[in-house]
Design a protein around this ligand. Structure first.
Ligand code: NAI
Length: 334
């Protein structure tokens, strides 16, 4: 039976991987669940395994990839869609990297809308107030989403579901994508106009070398006063310090962030007994018009189930020499 070293394992991962790892005769794989993230310091934990399963904040740089090769590992199953944490040049010809190209665009798009609704209608503040028997409404005024313009950056699987949800709220949608989708009920435009005319901006594109910090001091200045920014994509799309400044100057009206550019060391972990030394993160969290969730947009039962099934199916296809549909190099040709 092939052995898998499963990095950064959480209880909610195990439920679904254990379920889909069952086969009629017992188990499909022998899975070693490791709490550690994959890094140069932990890569040796994969010793004796045939495959590695990794996630968004695991490190797959040249050094780690070299170590994996030395350990005789030829395949990595990413249990996620994004692959910005992988040095694809270093992996080329050494490792086959498989991913889960789509599991539930609804999970992420619905979370983006949850963040928007909560920020706009100040649900997080109302919740705290009424628990303390403070039934005052002062400071809780929002605005109707109906007829407002939302700018959607990236109209792939998640962006398209988000567009549909926004349409259901009666919103006007402007969109930017270098590869526009034919027949989608949106008005495609350039980024400058999208920044200028949108009351809400939601990011649904992958992080690449080209669009790192696409939301920066300059682009924030182009936005309307009071714009709400939603980021459920990747943290480094946004220059967090520039966003913090724009929020402090009250130019940006609010932010719903499920991702953060320096999330690797803190997200998915309980840091409540520690002193977090990332000042930008602390200041963002402290603002009343920011909601930060810990990369949880994907966290629905349907998504977790699909992630586990696809990851194990991907590895099975690899070991059985079957056609590989979900190779990262097919999604990101070098
Ligand atoms: P997708 O591949 O279906 O769509 C991405 C779209 O972005 C494509 O239409 C592409 O043409 C477009 N795009 C590429 N570069 C762009 C740019 N510079 N500006 C604007 N658009 C650009 O991907 P999907 O499934 O919709 O996921 C989008 C992103 O959401 C992923 O790359 C990932 O970073 C993030 N994600 C976040 C999750 C979370 O839990 N917070 C879970 C899953 C994905």
């Amino acid at each position: 039976m092939k052995k898998i070293a499963f990095f950064d394992a959480k209880p909610y991962d195990r439920i679904w991987f254990d379920k889909w790892n069952k086969s009629a005769g017992g188990k499909r794989f022998q899975i070693k669940y490791l709490e550690n993230k994959l890094t140069a310091d932990t890569v040796d934990l994969a010793h004796g395994s045939d495959a590695v399963v990794a996630f968004v904040n695991d490190t797959l740089n040249r050094e780690v990839i070299g170590h994996l090769q030395e350990l005789g590992i030829r395949v990595v199953g990413m249990r996620c869609t994004g692959y910005n944490n992988i040095d694809l040049h270093a992996a080329k010809g050494k490792l086959t990297i498989l991913r889960v190209p789509n599991y539930s665009p609804y999970a992420v798009a619905e979370h983006a809308m949850a963040l928007l609704l909560a920020i706009n209608r100040k649900v997080h503040r109302a919740y705290i107030r009424t628990r303390d028997y403070n039934f005052s409404l002062s400071g809780l005024t929002g605005f109707d989403l109906n007829q407002k313009t939302v700018g959607v950056i990236g109209t792939g699987q998640i962006g398209r579901v988000f567009v549909k949800i926004c349409k259901g709220f009666g919103m006007n949608v402007l969109a930017y994508d270098p590869y526009p989708v034919q027949g989608l009920d949106v008005e495609y435009t350039d980024l400058n106009r999208l920044f200028r005319e949108s009351k809400i901006i939601s990011l649904h594109c992958p992080l690449t070398e080209q669009n790192r910090h696409m939301i920066n001091e300059e682009s924030l200045k182009k936005m309307q006063k009071g714009t709400i920014l939603i980021n459920t994509s990747r943290g480094a799309l946004v220059d967090s310090r520039a966003l913090l400044n724009a929020l402090q100057k009250k130019h940006v009206g609010g932010a719903g962030l499920d991702v953060y550019e320096e999330e690797t060391s803190v997200f998915f972990e309980d840091c409540s007994n520690e002193i977090v030394t990332d000042d930008v993160l602390s200041l963002l969290i402290a603002l009343p018009n920011v909601i930060l969730t810990s990369h949880q947009a994907y966290l629905t039962q349907e998504a977790l189930s699909c992630i586990a099934k696809t990851t194990l199916d991907n590895l099975e296809c690899f070991f059985e020499g079957k056609e590989l549909k979900n190779r990262i190099e097919d999604a990101a040709p070098l």
